[in-house]
Design a protein around this ligand. Structure first.
Ligand code: SAH
Length: 247
């Protein structure tokens, strides 16, 4: 095979990969229905995470269940970027509400993400500062967020845009909830989105986070969550399916 042929082949592959939409959810319950929509499914397992490629409504997609928390989410995102080069990454799933404007099964859309458990303030940094990139709020892709908002409104879901806070903790406490609201002005809390955002930010990959509300993130949430996680996941899937047709 000539060198010229090799160059042409590698350029062609690169272009094909860049068209993929990356979708990450933390749990199977958030991702099974999305994977169920995929044609020509092919699985690749890397570091215990299954990356499924295929098409949804004719669009190339790579989807993965990353696991719970910021470490698994970061691992999954970096691997997805290196192996599949998605043009954008969207995190879908469930979250606790931090605002009266969002009830069970409503949709929170992130303008930006914060890590509520990142805190080096004891040595003079602002609370939540992510050292190295030196920001507190990780911005989501504006164009993608607008498309998501149009998509969610077209499905008639109640929705709100704002800051979503991630941390390695299931928030089930009124005082903790108030702390996150007062410190970061967040509208919802979960455990992965900001890690996905941080990895996308350093790799310059556009990203967005869509979360359906599964619980109230207060002393009631350990009761709400098991009851509502399925209906919330179903709603985030509905948004994701429609969104794919709009991208
Ligand atoms: N052992 C359980 C853990 C679930 S943790 C399991 O493996 O299923 C809850 C998940 O839902 C996380 O992925 C998180 O992103 C989201 N979540 C929903 N409500 C939350 C809340 N109140 N606080 C933090 N994360 C929440």
């Amino acid at each position: 095979m000539s060198v010229k042929n090799l160059v042409v082949m590698s350029t062609g592959r690169g272009k094909e990969k860049k068209s993929m939409i990356g979708i990450i959810g933390a749990m199977s319950v958030e991702m099974e229905a999305i994977k169920g929509l995929m044609d020509n499914k092919q699985d690749t397992v890397i570091s215990g995470i299954t990356f499924t490629t295929g098409q949804i409504h004719g669009k190339d997609v790579v989807a993965a269940v990353c696991g719970i928390g910021k470490v698994f989410a970061g691992m999954c995102t970096q691997t997805m970027i290196l192996k599949f080069a998605p043009k954008q990454i969207i995190n879908v799933g469930v979250a606790g509400t931090l605002t009266k404007d969002l009830g069970i099964a409503d949709i929170a859309i992130a303008d930006n993400m914060v890590e509520h458990d990142m805190d080096t303030s004891a040595i003079g940094d602002p609370v939540g500062l992510i050292s190295g990139i030196n920001i507190i709020e990780i911005p989501c892709d504006e164009a993608l967020v607008s498309t998501i908002e149009n998509c969610v409104k077209s499905l008639s879901f109640n929705t709100k845009r704002g800051t979503i806070a991630s941390g390695d903790q299931f928030v089930a406490d009124k005082a903790k909830k108030e702390y996150i609201v007062n410190q970061f002005g967040a509208i919802a809390c979960e455990m992965e989105g900001a890690a996905i955002g941080q990895v996308c930010y350093v790799n310059k990959v556009p990203f967005a986070v869509i979360r359906a509300i599964s619980d109230s993130a207060d002393n009631q949430s350990h009761m709400d969550y098991p009851e509502f996680v399925k209906i919330a996941s179903a709603n985030s899937t509905k948004v994701m399916e429609k969104l794919i047709t709009m991208l």
